[in-house]
Design a protein. Structure first.
Length: 178
């Protein structure tokens, strides 16, 4: 009887694995966020390395993430961009700092473990334009391998490591062009 049960379990597992592999690929998800003179297209978000929510609904978490990062960049960029200037980003990958780990019943929600092993990463293309003419453009792969060694102010910002990547990039790359 145990032998028959084991065969049934193995057959069911193989069947489920085969079904999982045959799933239709989901449609690419794109989101557009805006803050003043900053537009960000979050392209093919299904392919991002890690934007996993630890609690709540995944789609709400993604909206919150994209809005927060856009607003943070917008706060800085809108101070420095003049009339007629526009900054457009097309984000192609996000890997949030840390890694989501299950709590195995200790809590309803999973937790994000932040370690040096899991640095924040942002990949995007950008275009800085003045009255519709391209002033600068490029492709960026932002990483901060020592993000936990940086001096961090006490803050409740949800995505401070990713915000720091964008802020530092703007100050080093875009601000000198203005």
């Amino acid at each position: 009887m145990k032998h028959l049960l084991m065969i049934v379990v193995i057959a069911a597992t193989l069947t489920m694995a085969g079904c999982a592999q045959q799933q239709e690929p989901s449609e690419p998800q794109n989101f557009l966020t805006n803050d003043g003179k900053v537009n960000i297209l979050w392209q093919n978000t299904n392919d991002y390395t890690d934007i996993e929510a630890t609690a709540g609904v995944q789609s709400k978490f993604e909206q919150y993430l994209f809005t927060q990062l856009t607003q943070e960049l917008g706060k800085l960029a809108n101070k420095h961009l003049t009339d007629g200037q526009q900054l457009d980003l097309t984000v192609t990958n996000v890997d949030l700092a840390g890694d989501v780990q299950p709590t195995f019943g200790a809590s309803v929600d999973d937790i994000r473990i932040v370690k040096d092993l899991y640095p924040p990463k942002l990949d995007f293309e950008y275009v800085l334009s003045q009255n519709g003419k391209v002033v600068a453009s490029g492709t960026e792969k932002l990483r901060n391998m020592g993000y936990l060694s940086d001096i961090q102010p006490l803050t409740s910002d949800s995505f401070r490591y990713e915000q720091d990547l964008l802020t530092d990039w703007f100050k080093q790359t875009i601000k000198p062009l203005l």
